[in-house]
Design a protein around this ligand. Structure first.
Ligand code: B12
Length: 300
């Protein structure tokens, strides 16, 4: 599946329903549709995925849309799932990695939970095994590549942010090549309804300041997984923080290299240990708009 939208025929086939039923759901607004220039309905994959998740539907033929089978939560606890994730990532088992990440999301597990509780700990374990010479460098790199691909797919499954949703941008500073955390933050904040965009890794401070001035987000996140020089980092970071402060932009920091000692010498709006903390801070900064109250009944 490469397209972000699918035909009603493929969607009906995947869900195991008639095309007429599917079109009825579209007309009742249960499934978002876009129209081709020729007037044909197309279903954005994100709308279809939310429809399936919200109703706990079984997808009869997920392969029609290139989707994995939903992976329902069993009695298996987080540790079992973490081990399954680690095994799949280590052995280069692409389909299983996909089933664990995307299949779990399709079955209703929050992206933040999948990433914080299974994927990040699996990589910690992979790192430890690499450090002990138990897995080869290529196995670690392959795991990162596979994970990046599934994260991009997971992002495509998330509902689009509302036009007036708050904006967040983030990434890593020069010398920090760790791409998974910043990609995951983008997903976590998108899942929380933000327009979140990761600008990637190795960003010079100057260009991030330019981005803050041009984009004016509500929030800047910075992930710090490695430091070449603490002194250089603190100097670069101070410039960035001052620019954000001037523009009224909150700065959220995190990552394995931000020790308590280092944080003592930094100023920031919030520090988080994980994606859940990022989402909590984002919610406090811009609380989600509650659903509009139901219209009073027509008394006539
Ligand atoms: C993959 C990996 C790499 C890849 C990264 C590729 C890529 N595209 O990202 C590459 C090949 C670059 C790499 C290189 C190296 N690596 Co490396 N790497 C890892 C590994 C296995 C996984 C990292 C990862 O992505 N984890 C997944 C993320 C999502 O988890 P996380 O970082 O914990 O993030 C979570 C939280 O920290 C938090 N978070 C993170 N950022 C932020 C930001 C905000 C705002 C918030 C709120 C939260 C938050 O939320 C996340 C989700 O829960 C780690 C093992 C580990 N313990 O992490 C080793 C590890 C970090 N690497 C290590 C080493 C030694 C190296 C090298 C020196 C190896 C070498 N000899 O070349 C180089 C150094 C590179 C450099 N310039 O610094 C060591 C570091 C040891 C140490 N003392 O610091 C580790 C710990 C492995 C080990 N156990 O020994 N590595």
């Amino acid at each position: 599946m490469t397209d972000t939208s699918v035909t009603t025929r493929d969607a009906a086939q995947a869900l195991g329903v008639s095309q007429a039923s599917l079109k009825r759901w579209c007309d009742r607004g249960l499934l978002p549709v876009v129209r081709t220039p020729g007037g044909h309905r197309r279903l954005p994959i994100s709308g279809l995925v939310q429809f399936v998740r919200d109703r706990g539907l079984e997808i009869a033929r997920p392969h029609v849309l290139g989707l994995p089978a939903p992976r329902r939560r069993s009695a298996a606890d987080a540790e079992t799932l973490r081990r399954a994730m680690q095994a799949a990532l280590e052995s280069g088992a692409e389909a299983e990695t996909r089933r664990l990440i995307l299949g779990s999301y399709l079955a209703g597990t929050a992206a933040v939970e999948i990433l914080d509780d299974w994927v990040a700990p699996a990589f910690r374990a992979i790192g430890d095994r690499w450090a002990h010479g138990e897995i080869a460098v290529y196995e670690e790199r392959r795991a990162v590549e596979m994970c990046v691909r599934e994260l991009h797919q997971l992002r495509a499954f998330l509902p689009p942010a509302a036009p007036d949703a708050p904006r967040a941008i983030g990434g890593t500073l020069a010398g920090d090549p760790y791409s998974l955390p910043t990609t995951m933050l983008e997903i976590a904040l998108r899942e929380a309804g933000w327009h979140a965009q990761s600008y990637g890794c190795g960003l010079p401070t100057g260009t991030l300041v330019e981005a803050l001035q041009a984009v004016r987000p509500r929030l800047l996140w910075l992930s710090v997984s490695t430091l070449e020089s603490e002194q250089q980092f603190l100097a670069d970071y101070a410039v960035l923080y001052a620019a954000a402060l001037k523009l009224g932009i909150a700065v959220l920091v995190g990552g394995r290299s931000l020790t308590a000692d280092l944080r003592d010498r930094m100023q920031y709006s919030a520090y988080g240990d994980n994606l859940r903390h990022a989402v909590s801070f984002a919610r406090a900064l811009c609380p989600p708009v509650p659903d509009a109250p139901a219209a009073p009944e027509d008394p006539r």
